[in-house]
Design a protein around this ligand. Structure first.
Ligand SMILES: C[S@@+](CC[C@H](N)C(=O)[O-])C[C@H]1O[C@@H](n2cnc3c(N)ncnc32)[C@H](O)[C@@H]1O
Length: 407
């Protein structure tokens, strides 16, 4: 049963990794690359987001508010850990009917419908009744429900296959295969539990993870330690620290530096790549993938609005006002996160930071979506607001790149 589930998860994960477009130089200017007419100025495609229930006034064209766009496009209640934990407890059948109703109202249909503090009180109460459902947390750490060990194993299995394919695809084994010693990997980012660190370890690498919990703005929790140490009996090292800090991991060297969904969150990309340059061993390889801010889902769970490309059609100030007005229960976490934990780097900005740190970009692989949900006047307003963005920034839903130190 578990192996079937794991196999399905692995297939889904492997299917996601399918490079579509290899480009030599991303970041070509939109205006020069268009050469006249192109898909982006085609009539806007219909939005499958339900009904328009309101509009948000901006300096440009008003933003329609669709009642079903966000939850069907980009929303994970677990972004707000207290909501995710209560939803998991509801699935396990340990909530009272009242608590269940509170969780349903909290998840809502377009934004959270309950105050996060109220939900924390509910979670505290469930923890008093059912301590066995929770990870034994350190003093002061956020409450986390203990994950189902089979689900953790299935996720590690899926990542094992995915990481193997990714490293193979990016030529890591070709470059490193003959060294004859255990290769060292540094992965940035493990807040979701560190499953990937365990997968790398099972592929035979010596593993270090580093995470700064979004510059300290995300509450520390014991989930990664529980998954890595307790459930998986892994020796992977978990370092709480900033990858941009030149004094972290001083003197250490890694054959592979890896991250997934981290580059768009780096608050100091140039300093981070400079620090990583010092940590990469001779002949080593760096591989990153990320979801760029300017694509349709680039606002992530807290910052994707209620119509396509809403976050690209607003200034940062308007974006934060939208969240405050339209999502009052999310705002205490979402406003600082959207302001500080999404760096709004274009692909050209990322390439400049990487090249400026002395790396050579070996591959730059983009997965393409379509920006055609934008009507012409919306597109020109977005371009006025963000004069340095390009076709690639709007149309690229995911970026993969690999680098080595330049000779
Ligand atoms: C979207 S999460 C994805 C992380 C990882 N792939 C996972 O599955 O947990 C982004 C992570 O990058 C971390 N991060 C962002 N900037 C960082 C930095 N400068 N140093 C270390 N970690 C950082 C965040 O704290 C967060 O855990």
């Amino acid at each position: 049963m578990r192996s079937n589930q794991a196999a399905r998860a692995a297939q889904r994960a492997a299917a996601r990794f399918r490079p579509l477009t290899r480009v030599v130089a991303a970041g070509t200017s939109l205006r020069s690359s268009l050469g006249g007419r192109q898909a982006v100025v085609a009539p806007a495609r219909p939005v499958h987001g339900g009904q328009v229930v309101d509009h948000f006034e901006t300096d440009g064209p008003p933003l329609p508010i669709f009642d079903r766009y966000r939850y069907t496009t980009k929303f994970d209640p677990a972004f707000y850990p207290v909501v995710g934990e209560l939803a998991a407890l509801a699935r396990r059948g340990v909530l009272t009917p009242d608590e269940k109703a509170t969780v349903e109202a909290a998840v809502g249909t377009r934004t959270l419908g309950r105050d996060l503090d109220e939900l924390r009180d509910v979670l505290d109460e469930v923890a008093r009744r059912h301590p066995d459902q929770f990870i034994a947390a350190r003093q002061g750490a956020e409450l986390r429900v203990s994950p189902d060990p089979e689900a953790v194993e299935a996720r590690i299995d899926a990542l094992l296959l995915l990481r193997y394919r990714q490293l193979q695809e990016m030529g890591f084994y070709l470059r490193q295969g003959r060294s004859g010693r255990r290769l060292r990997v540094l992965e940035i980012g493990f807040t979701s539990g560190g499953h990937s660190l365990v997968a790398f370890e099972r592929l035979g690498l010596e593993v270090t993870g580093i995470d700064n919990f979004y510059d300290g703005s995300y509450a520390a929790n014991d989930l990664p330690d529980h998954v890595v140490r307790h459930l998986s009996r892994s020796d992977a090292r978990l370092v709480v620290g900033d990858a941009a800090d030149p004094n972290v991991l001083t003197g250490e060297q890694f054959d592979l530096i890896f991250s997934e969904s981290v580059v768009e969150h780096l608050s100091r990309p140039q300093e981070t790549f400079a620090a990583l340059g010092r940590l990469l061993a001779d002949g080593g390889m760096m591989i990153h993938s990320y979801e760029p801010f300017f694509c349709e889902k680039g606002g992530h769970t807290p910052g994707t609005l209620d119509c396509p490309f809403g976050h690209v059609r607003l200034s940062t100030e308007e974006h934060l006002r939208y969240i405050t007005e339209q999502r009052p229960h999310e705002a205490p976490i979402a406003v600082p996160w959207v302001r500080d934990a999404l760096n709004r780097a274009t692909q050209a900005d990322v390439q400049r930071a990487v090249l400026g740190a002395g790396f050579e970009i070996a591959e730059w692989i983009t997965h393409s979506g379509s920006p055609s949900a934008l009507a012409p006047d919306e597109l020109s307003h977005a371009l006025r607001l963000h004069p340095t963005i390009t076709t690639a920034d709007l149309a690229t839903t995911a970026v993969w790149f690999s680098c080595h130190a330049s000779r």
